[in-house]
Design a binder for this molecule. Structure first.
Ligand SMILES: [Zn+2]
Length: 638
């Protein structure tokens, strides 16, 4: 069986593959402060006051073993630089002070979200440490806690399990990662986020995206989570029958999920076929044979530029023989991607040979070494026609690490799909990120005592848990809210205000929805920037509508003025224009028109309308003006 193109795959095809997928959604919470210190949250800036340099070193776990990820990170010998700004980071984030008490605002939001999922809520909060060895958290671990377990959300005609809901701190933002140096900005570090882990209940890539969308809307409907770039990030777990659970990290947008998961399913399937092919050739983890030689001298005169430059710079070239692998580096793994990429990725990440190409191989000899150079290498390593050669270049140490990673990854091919985390790439494929951490990645944190969650606290929070957004959507439609406003309003932080406007201020539902969703959107579009309107401000606007001091036509102008920095003064709002006043204004304008020489008589009416609207815009609907001056038929006479 070969895998069909993405667009042609059916549910049945995915079932035949044994496709299974689950989501881990990270969503930042809308709190003022960070989770375990009192630094401000979400104050992002590229500016920094100081840099701190750290090296990561693995320590033996209590069981006396090194974690696979820890070893991998150690092999990379990375220098980690933290850029810190005095306003957004304190000594807690840099591991010089113990944690402060857990941010109770964040905990309340997390508990509320847990209740939306129908989770069993924990009665005591225990903080754990989750190892993070890539340097993205200076302490080497993330403080995390489970808030609820065993929830579910409805989807199609079934339930999608929510395995657990965690509350944890965000990591640093990566600035750059090249060679042996990785740079992080620390402003995001320590911000509270919730992690929603679903069961692997999704059976097609489309289902994964749809469930992701439902979860995104659900948490947003609380009005207490952050929105915008980077505020929500998805990790997607994918496996196929016989494959391995692979985690694709940091998918920035839900619409990217279907193609990414399809490609990962294809990769696993093709890696399993590759394993079968190796077994047929008699290659298993035990019979796997290899040999590495330093071949710098043999390639002194090469015209292949990357190696020529490397040798000129005093670097060395190592060549790895993979016995019996002929043709397999060209084995297709994902769309336009081959097994050689799996090897190149490992070399890039672990040996830090980040300039591409970082390997060449004899299965694609063209445009690299000349055939006589390949011949020389074959002879030197004792390679036959059925074997493959892979060359890697760098400093003595990096080229040695590179060669050993080539061997490790090639041997893994005879076992199947290695456990690793992978990063989402823009073209819908994915690349190796790191070895999957071992099960002993979590351990208790004893810096903070357990925190009891009282029944009263849960009860108080339960009152503010919003109804599911799909219920809201149904109700809004019944109230006559236009279809295009329903989805935004149902997950809007203004949803509660909408309810108040309609129920207690008696603003018509359509007008309230326009005020809260449509007009703000129009202002943002006009100004081409994101503009947040405070709930208090919009409440004032709705009150002005309710007591008759602001007409529908005046709303965009008021919002625009506020967006441009004017403070809203209710007393200063232009009062609605009464029909009697309009009559007087029309007469004044008619007099003005009489003294104006019109070059084009055909435009006279338009001009007339224009000068009247200049005086009454926002105070009375243009339709009434048009009726009054006879441009359109009055409804009263129809
Ligand atoms: Zn801090």
């Amino acid at each position: 069986m070969t895998i069909k193109p993405f667009a042609e795959m059916t549910e049945g095809d995915y079932a035949a593959l044994g496709f299974k997928s689950g989501l881990e959604i990270h969503q930042q919470l809308l709190t003022e402060k960070k989770l375990f210190c009192r630094c401000p949250a979400a104050r992002y800036s590229d500016h920094f006051d100081a840099e701190i340099l750290r090296h990561m070193r693995p320590t033996l776990s209590e069981l006396g073993e090194y974690d696979g990820t820890a070893l991998m990170e150690f092999k990379t010998r990375k220098e980690i630089i933290y850029q810190i700004q005095r306003d957004t980071v304190c000594t807690y984030e840099m591991d010089d002070t113990p944690p402060f008490a857990l941010n109770s605002e964040a905990l309340d939001i997390a508990l509320e979200i847990g209740m939306m999922y129908g989770c069993s809520m924990v009665d005591e909060i225990h903080i754990a440490r989750k190892q993070y060895l890539d340097g993205s958290i200076p302490t080497g671990f993330q403080r995390t806690t489970i808030v609820g377990v065993s929830g579910s959300i409805p989807y199609k005609n079934r339930q999608i399990g929510i395995l657990q809901l965690g509350l944890e701190e965000d990591a640093c933002r990566e600035v750059s990662d090249a060679g042996h140096r990785r740079v992080y900005l620390t402003d995001r570090l320590g911000m509270p986020l919730v992690e929603t882990v679903t069961a692997p209940d999704m059976r097609t890539p489309q289902e994964v995206a749809e469930v992701g969308e439902i979860l995104r809307k659900l948490v947003r409907s609380t009005g207490k989570v952050r929105t915008g770039g980077g505020a929500a990030r998805q990790d997607v777990n994918v496996s196929v029958a016989g494959g391995t659970r692979i985690e694709i990290k940091g998918v920035p947008r839900i619409p990217n999920i279907p193609l990414l998961t399809y490609n990962e399913a294809m990769r696993q399937y093709n890696l399993l076929l590759l394993r079968d092919e190796l077994h047929q050739r008699g290659i298993t983890a035990t019979t796997f044979a290899t040999k590495t030689e330093t071949v710098t001298k043999l390639l002194r005169k090469t015209r292949y530029q990357p190696i020529r430059n490397a040798i000129a710079d005093g670097l060395v070239v190592n060549c790895v023989l993979l016995r019996g692998f002929h043709g397999l580096l060209r084995w297709k793994t994902q769309t336009d991607t081959f097994f050689s990429r799996e090897i190149s990725d490992r070399v890039r990440v672990v040996a830090c040979l980040t300039t591409l190409p970082n390997i060449i191989h004899s299965d694609s000899p063209s445009e690299t070494l000349s055939s006589s150079e390949w011949q020389t290498l074959r002879k030197s390593l004792g390679a036959g026609d059925e074997d493959t050669l892979v060359a890697v270049w760098g400093s003595t140490q990096d080229a040695a690490t590179g060669a050993s990673e080539i061997v490790i990854r090639a041997r893994e091919a005879s076992i199947g799909v290695p456990s690793e985390t992978r990063q989402a790439l823009l073209d819908g494929t994915n690349g190796f990120e790191r070895i999957l951490p071992g099960p002993d990645r979590m351990y208790p944190d004893t810096d903070l005592p357990p925190l009891r969650i009282t029944g009263e606290r849960l009860q108080r929070l339960r009152a503010s848990v919003p109804e599911p957004y799909w219920e809201r959507e149904r109700r809004y439609r019944e109230m006559g809210v236009p279809d295009d406003l329903v989805p935004s309003l149902s997950i809007s932080p203004y949803a509660a205000l909408f309810a108040r406007a309609v129920e207690t201020m008696h603003v018509p539902a359509v007008l309230a929805a326009e005020t809260l969703v449509h007009f703000p959107k129009r202002v943002r579009k006009r100004l081409r920037r994101h503009t947040a309107f405070a709930i208090e401000l919009l409440e004032e606007v709705l009150r002005a509508i309710s007591d008759g001091t602001l007409a529908r036509e005046g709303i965009p102008g008021v919002l625009m003025a506020v967006a441009e920095g004017t403070t809203l003064q209710r007393g200063e709002l232009p009062p609605p224009c009464q029909p009697g006043q309009l009559h007087a204004i029309i007469e004044e304008c008619r007099a003005e028109l009489a003294t104006t020489r019109m070059r084009c008589q055909g435009k006279a009416n338009e001009y007339f309308m224009g000068i009247i609207m200049r005086r009454v815009r926002g105070r009375i609907p243009g339709r009434i003006v048009a009726e009054q001056i006879g441009l359109i038929a009055s409804e009263a006479h129809q």
